[in-house]
Ligand binder design. Structure first.
Ligand code: SPD
Length: 306
């Protein structure tokens, strides 16, 4: 097959595995201050934001990732009022956070103004107006430096980051030192939700290492996964807290909690989906248990190949 780069976007999953998206149009392509950004219209997934060659959000399936990242943490928290989001420049994580009417304030810290501008220009429906919500407090900054320089504590912290691509802006947001900063900024009942890399059988290094690293800092770490087609496979997520564990909630309990918060309009997440996400397949449980790697500032872990 001809893979003319003008006609195909290559998302390099690893050195031996490319995911190709047929392109209808390149809407933007250029370097921001922090990363290489593209906005493309693909035949299969519609408009996509691509950072350092990796699809971050697609028009057609972004709801899966963003609902999966946000709602388990928000629902298991008894009363999430103040939420912190690291990254999430498209505004879709913020959109999902505001489905919870308990939220009084959402502090979002995104490093890359150009990513936010591109998302607003080409994918405005992802934020759905959430960036202009009066409860939104937006900061253009490095999320780690922001937290390190503040003493505020949050009910829920959501790390909506790109993969730890070498030279990219997220590498030091996957380390033990950063996770300690996150714990220090969680209230007693607080919980953090983290995008934690692929959950495909051949790609479990990052997920396993993130879990090992979180376990050095947090009393309770609960991994789960959702299949996100535009990421090329099942995607790993993690919840970490002092004592909140949503993994045992039954479908009826989850649906009851959603109804109690008057949340409607979800396309992915409900009680049955919750049970599915927290029932990791055997190969994932065994694969992450085999990983011994821990991620530190002095020994960071980079995504294999970019
Ligand atoms: N391999 C792509 C993983 C992308 C995870 N971050 C997505 C950010 C979307 N808000």
């Amino acid at each position: 097959m001809d893979i003319d780069p003008k006609q195909w976007l290559r998302d390099k999953i690893n050195e031996n595995f490319l995911q190709l998206h047929r392109l209808d149009e390149v809407l933007y392509s250029g370097r921001t201050k922090y990363q290489f950004a593209q906005v493309v219209r693909t035949r299969n997934f519609g408009v996509c934001l691509v950072l350092d060659g990796k699809v971050q959000s697609s028009e057609k399936d972004e709801f899966i990732y963003h609902e999966a990242l946000v709602h388990p943490a928000m629902l298991v928290h008894p009363n999430p009022e103040v939420v912190f989001i690291a990254g999430g420049g498209e505004g879709a994580t913020l959109r999902e956070v505001f489905r919870h009417r308990t939220v009084k304030r959402a502090v979002m810290v995104e490093i890359d103004q150009e990513v936010m501008d591109l998302s607003q220009k080409y994918l405005p429906e992802l934020s759905g107006g959430a960036l202009a919500d009066r409860r939104t407090e937006l900061h253009l900054a490095d999320a780690r430096k922001f937290l390190e320089s503040s003493s505020e504590k949050y009910d829920v912290i959501i790390l909506d980051l790109p993969d730890p691509v070498e030279g990219g802006p997220a590498c030091l947001l996957f380390t033990r030192e950063f996770y300690q900063v996150v714990l220090d900024h969680l209230k007693e009942d607080g919980i953090v939700s983290i995008q934690a890399g692929s959950a495909s059988p051949t790609e479990l290094l990052i997920l396993g290492a993130v879990i090992n690293t979180l376990k050095l800092v947090f009393p309770l770490v609960v991994p789960y996964a959702a299949y996100v087609p535009c990421y090329g496979g099942p995607w790993g997520l993690c919840l970490a807290s002092r004592h909140l564990d949503p993994s045992g909630l039954s479908p009826e309990q989850v649906d009851g909690l959603l109804a109690g918060r008057k949340i409607t309009g979800l396309r992915f997440y409900d009680g049955i989906t919750h049970r599915n996400m927290f029932s990791l397949p055997k190969y994932v449980r065994e694969g992450i248990a085999r990983q011994k790697r821990v991620i530190t500032d002095s020994n960071p872990l980079y995504l294999y190949g970019t």
